[in-house]
Design a protein around this ligand. Structure first.
Ligand SMILES: [Mn+2]
Length: 325
């Protein structure tokens, strides 16, 4: 399946007609949602109707973007944004033949549909912003609303960790600077994204600290979060997304892991690297994927302890295989 050039992407976007469903990845984050919302404003400026479809819903904390949601059944055309693999489409994997194209920035992007992939972008939002700029510069559209700039900023700020991750390039900052010129309240967006927690998230963090385990001379930090712990703190899985920042923030840690029990015997694993270790290769062992420094996968194990042992041994062998000091 072929990837197309940026100018071909522009043509494909202009060629869309009828109602377009924009698919996000499951466990939607602010990049997939912000990019989809921003793209829907671009489509609207082109006179094309669109809806946003998330396999398992859009988290409450992202509702400030006011996504116009809907069902795939009500759409004429389907595209995906920030979705690297079919497994990330959840229940919509079965409609893969309806996906006209994808827009993505993951460095291992599965070929489930043709598309435009630029892995030099820290966020899918950077691609969407370039698309908006190209259409504006060519005079194909004349303006985009403030809500567009808020959504595209949200996408870029989120996936770049508020512009502090290693994926940030000079171009990331140049795009962000142009977005700020639109006059949006970026400080408020960043407060909502990074400095605002529900009391359930705080309760979850308290439990997570006490479940922290260190391995391999304190270079691997792991938190296993069981269903019982989720019940104890009243958090649902959408409150647990930031937990991986706890093990990742420990100095000297090469690999940070959060293992969440999603159902008895089923675990969702988030992997982060603080250095040269490519954690997407650990995720790939279990059919997962993502970025070099941020990846995820699902595993099955008899007990939470077994799940932790399994992942730790895979991380250790990947560290050795990749020759990381
Ligand atoms: Mn992304």
């Amino acid at each position: 399946m072929n990837n197309f050039t940026f100018s071909e992407l522009g043509e494909k976007i202009q060629g869309l007609s009828g109602r377009v469903a924009i698919l996000t990845h499951e466990r939607a984050d602010a990049d997939t949602v912000g990019s989809s919302v921003a793209l829907s404003y671009i489509l609207s400026a082109l006179g094309t109707d669109s809806i946003i479809v998330s396999p398992d819903g859009i988290p409450l904390r992202l509702m400030f973007l006011s996504p116009k949601t809907g069902e795939v059944a009500d759409a004429d055309t389907v595209i995906s944004v920030d979705v690297p693999s079919l497994s990330q489409l959840g229940k919509y994997a079965e409609i893969k033949d309806r996906i006209l194209f994808k827009i993505d920035h993951h460095h291992r992007s599965e070929e489930y549909a043709p598309g435009y992939v630029d892995s030099s972008c820290a966020a899918a939002g950077e691609i969407i912003f370039d698309l908006g700029e190209a259409l504006l510069n060519e005079g194909i559209i004349t303006e985009l609303p403030k809500e567009y700039y808020e959504a595209v900023y949200t996408a870029i700020s989120s996936d770049s960790g508020c512009f502090k991750f290693s994926n940030v390039t000079p171009s990331t900052h140049i795009r962000a600077a142009k977005i700020l010129e639109s006059g949006i309240d970026a400080a408020e967006i960043n407060r909502l994204l990074f400095d605002s927690k529900t009391k359930e998230e705080v309760a979850a963090a308290r439990l997570a600290y006490s479940a922290l385990n260190l391995y391999r001379d304190d270079s691997i930090a792991v938190i296993t979060f069981t269903i019982d712990m989720q019940k104890e703190c009243g958090a649902d899985s959408r409150d647990l997304g930031a937990l991986v920042d706890i093990p990742r923030s420990i100095s000297g840690v090469l690999a940070a892991v959060v293992i969440k029990e999603s159902a008895p015997g089923e675990y969702r694993v988030s992997l982060r690297s603080n250095g040269d270790l490519d954690v997407s290769l650990v995720a790939a062992i279990y059919g997962g994927g993502g970025h070099i420094r941020a990846s995820g996968c699902s595993i099955n194990a008899k007990t939470p302890e077994d799940a932790e042992r399994e992942i730790v041994s895979s991380v250790i062998s990947e560290i050795e295989k990749q020759g990381i000091k």
